[in-house]
Design a protein around this ligand. Structure first.
Ligand code: SF4
Length: 439
């Protein structure tokens, strides 16, 4: 392996949609310089691992993946980047067989690092100080299916006490509206129909350009050819009634789909977490969505066993979530992250591993019930579906405007088009899928 133009690369990404968007940008940049993506069954010369560090489990998954790739492809150049690489670079560099470790902001310069490695065959470790970095590295890439992920913002200034992301990705910064609109037009020109807006704290958009998130949404909505936008995840305090009302009544292409992190349904725990809202504000935002968009899909992130979540606070949290008319919960057990303020909270009780997992199981069960109810409420209705890839035995899969996964008998030429579909029943083989018929 001496010349990158004959190299084949394999990409592995863990974590959020933003990581996926950036990973495909890395792939596209390497491809531009001659490093092709491996076809199935080919042995890679280069493996790029884009890690996540949101929980201890994410770190562990990253380590296991890196070790497996080193074992499986001993001749390959192993490149590790992402949040875990940014936060624990020396730990990763010490894994035998790892060749290049680069931080979050060096991610898009991997081709240059690969060139140096090919010349010198010496390990490379390059981690910038993200707290000083105000650059915004743009990224807009096609996902595995028909959607594109447009990165509009990066970093976070919120410093929730449990979270390492501000240390891994740095301060909040964003692209300029004019540039993002241009990228959306390019997606439309390339035949893309749906764009998911990604970032770390996307509602905080505008810090570095003195523009507003609402203005960005309105300008993107005008881009011809894009039929659908989704806001990937937005803090409840930043999802203003003005935005909800506009999505419901003013926008052309923003879908009735929100993902609103809650993290805890206890006000005492939310205060310990340094979250910027209380349960009353959260309930109010969900009620506004339901009132204006009765069929909207509402996803919720929630954590169990955070410091301070006593049995009493857990009970309150569970009851609150149970009372919310939301669609699906993404449940995580709290994990202690070195360097976070949560470890220094005076007198906040800790929760045992077993108890955290018991609470996860209870909320997961609640999530399953809520999703089933929502799916059942939607059966019999007709909704627009954007078809994705060809599926087995003459069926296509796609998503409704309100984020329900549907399969139906369809011909391959319908992929990447939108059809009106009658939602018929829950798929007996897949609890998260509906079957439907194109009308
Ligand atoms: S809002 Fe809080 S949880 Fe989300 S990235 Fe910022 S600090 Fe982390």
């Amino acid at each position: 392996m001496t010349n990158r133009s004959s190299l084949k690369a394999e990409y592995h990404t863990l974590g959020c949609k933003l990581n996926f968007a950036e990973a495909s940008t890395v792939g596209a940049m390497l491809a531009e310089r001659g490093v092709q993506r491996c076809a199935e069954g080919e042995t890679p010369d280069v493996c790029v691992v884009n890690t996540c560090s949101v929980t201890e489990t994410a770190d562990k998954k990253g380590r296991q993946l890196i070790k497996r790739l080193v074992r499986q492809y001993p001749e390959a150049c192993i490149i590790v980047t992402g949040c875990y690489a940014q936060l624990k670079s020396t730990e990763i560099a010490a894994i035998p067989g790892v060749d290049i470790v680069v931080g979050a902001n060096e991610k898009l310069r991997i081709a240059t690092y690969l060139d140096s490695w090919l010349k010198q065959r010496q390990p490379i470790l390059s981690i910038g100080d993200v707290s000083r970095d105000s650059r915004f590295e743009p990224s807009c890439e096609r996902g595995d299916r028909t959607r594109y992920f447009l990165k509009i913002q990066d970093g976070c200034d919120y410093f929730c006490t449990y979270c390492t992301i501000p240390y891994a990705r740095g301060r909040s910064r964003n692209g300029a509206i004019a540039d993002l609109v241009r990228q959306a037009r390019d997606v439309a020109d390339a035949g893309g129909r749906e764009i998911v807006l990604t970032g770390v704290n996307i509602g905080d958009f505008g810090r570095s350009t003195s523009e507003s998130f609402f203005d960005l949404l309105r300008r993107l909505d005008e881009v011809e050819g894009i039929s659908r936008y989704r806001i990937s995840s937005i803090e409840p305090n930043l999802l203003t009634p003005q935005i909800i009302e506009w999505v419901a009544r003013g926008s052309r292409a923003f879908m009735p789909h929100f993902h609103i992190p809650l993290q805890s349904g206890s006000d005492a725990v939310l205060r310990l977490m340094n979250r910027r809202y209380d349960t009353a504000l959260y309930a109010d935002r969900v009620a506004t969505v339901r009132e204006l968009l009765p069929d909207a899909f509402i996803g919720v992130d929630i954590m169990t066993g955070a410091r301070g979540e006593t049995p009493r606070e857990w009970e309150k949290s569970y009851r609150f979530v149970e009372s919310l008319p939301v669609t699906r919960l993404h449940v995580f057990p709290y994990s202690e992250r070195p360097g976070t303020a949560a470890l220094r909270l005076p007198g906040a009780v800790t929760v045992s591993r077993e108890e955290k997992h018991r609470r996860v199981a209870q909320l997961s069960e609640l999530s399953g019930r809520k999703l089933r109810d929502f799916m059942q409420r939607n059966t019999g209705r007709v909704r627009p579906v954007l078809w994705e890839h060809r599926h087995t035995s003459g069926t296509l899969q796609g998503l409704t405007d309100n984020y329900l996964r549907v399969s139906a008998t369809a011909t391959a030429d319908l992929a990447n088009t939108i059809s009106q579909v009658r939602l018929e029943a829950l798929d007996p083989d897949n609890p998260e899928m509906l079957t439907g018929t194109i009308i």
